[in-house]
Design a protein. Structure first.
Length: 380
């Protein structure tokens, strides 16, 4: 290039926008496998100030304050590419199995998972609305119409959790299937997760390499997954030094301990009903348990899916709503699904960010979404 072009290039700040003309040649020494011999350079925009995150080392709070710029880094680009592939692969698999995407509302008057984790919104003369915790209740309605459905969208939990696994806003894929029982439901989960992981390995090899991800664990992901009951999981945890008491839900530390005992995902099934949602089907042999499962990712990553067979008996479902102290009138439409042509059905919610975190080998879930929302972060 002419000397004046070379001097102009020397004066560019990091993240300047340029249009480059040149000759592309293969070169095994180059990180991408190619080199560009520049013959001309046109400057589109040269920033007036130094790029805020140009230095190599920054604290996480600084990087999250500048998340809109941090996304340009090689690592963050790789994570977002894997996230995109995870979503694409999940939807491709479900559509290949005859599922229909049905959209559920973000604003709702019905509590899906528990009153303590709700974001309330004033809603005209109707009083309070809530940001949806799940699309499941609506998916149950559309499953009655179409058989195999799924919802996909953002969900919200107003839980003051400060762990590496929690966000206040996250994306969930929620299949729901008519005439699927508990066993069918778990088979669908392991087939879906296996298909997603296989697809990512096929299409995101370069990104996983950029993330320095050991893919040997991912390569072992295929059905059948391991299965243990809640009862056996508690015994295992207690033998490994956990202080968990029977009848309580697992904490993050418990899931970490448990999943380090397995080299691929593991189902924990049949939890006590007192720690699970009102809509789960009562166990046929034990009235203190429900037909549900959590699918835990290995390597200490923990829960990526929560699922269950749904309670299809009107009286039992109504009893559970009353036990939980939920406003009965808000669920009248939901109870109609049992009044008019009830049937067995099952479904689950797959947390996209948790799955991406495990596949990418991330330390914290906040890197698995472009703009994370936590109890301490609302911007950018």
């Amino acid at each position: 290039v002419p000397e004046e072009t070379f001097l102009e290039a020397k004066g560019l700040w990091l993240e300047a926008s340029v249009e480059v003309t040149g000759i592309v040649r293969k070169d095994e020494r180059a990180p991408s496998g190619y080199e560009l011999t520049v013959t001309d350079l046109k400057v589109i925009h040269n920033p007036e100030h130094e790029y805020p995150i140009g230095k190599k080392e920054h604290g996480i709070d600084f990087l999250l304050d500048n998340r809109h710029l941090w996304l340009r880094s090689q690592r963050q680009r790789a994570i977002m590419k894997v996230r995109d592939q995870v979503i694409w692969a999940a939807r491709e698999y479900l559509h290949s199995e005859g599922f229909l995407l049905t959209d559920s509302p973000i604003l709702t008057g019905s509590i899906g998972e528990g009153a303590s984790g709700l974001f309330e919104v004033p809603y005209f003369d109707e009083g309070k609305a809530y940001l949806a915790q799940t699309g499941q209740l609506y998916a149950e309605a559309t499953a009655a119409a179409f058989g195999k459905v799924y919802t996909f969208g953002p969900t919200f939990r107003a839980e003051k959790s400060k762990t590496r696994r929690h966000l206040t806003e996250f994306w969930m894929l929620e299949p729901e299937v008519a005439f699927y029982d508990h066993e069918d439901n778990m088979r669908l989960q392991e087939n879906l997760v296996s298909a997603i992981v296989k697809n990512v390995l096929e299409h995101c090899g370069r990104e996983l390499k950029d993330l320095e991800r050991d893919t040997s664990v991912l390569e072992r992901v295929e059905p059948p997954f391991y299965r243990i009951t809640y009862d056996d999981a508690v015994k295992m945890l207690q033998s490994l030094g956990s202080s968990i008491e029977y009848g309580t839900d697992f904490g993050g530390d418990d899931e970490t301990i448990l999943t380090r005992q397995f080299d691929k995902p593991v189902f924990v099934e049949c939890y006590p009903k007192k720690v699970k949602a009102f809509y789960m089907k009562q166990h046929p042999e034990r009235d203190d348990l429900v037909l549900c499962d959590d699918l835990l990712a290995p390597e200490g990553y923990g829960e990526i899916i929560g699922g269950s067979q749904r309670e299809d008996d009107l009286n039992l479902l109504l009893s559970r709503i009353r036990e939980e102290g939920l406003p009965e009138e808000s669920y009248d439409w939901y109870l109609d699904l049992r009044r008019y042509g009830t049937f067995i059905h099952s479904g689950f919610g797959l947390g996209i960010e948790r799955l991406v975190s495990w596949i990418c080998g991330l330390h914290h879930i906040r890197e698995a979404i472009p703009f994370p929302r936590t109890i301490y972060r609302l911007n950018p």
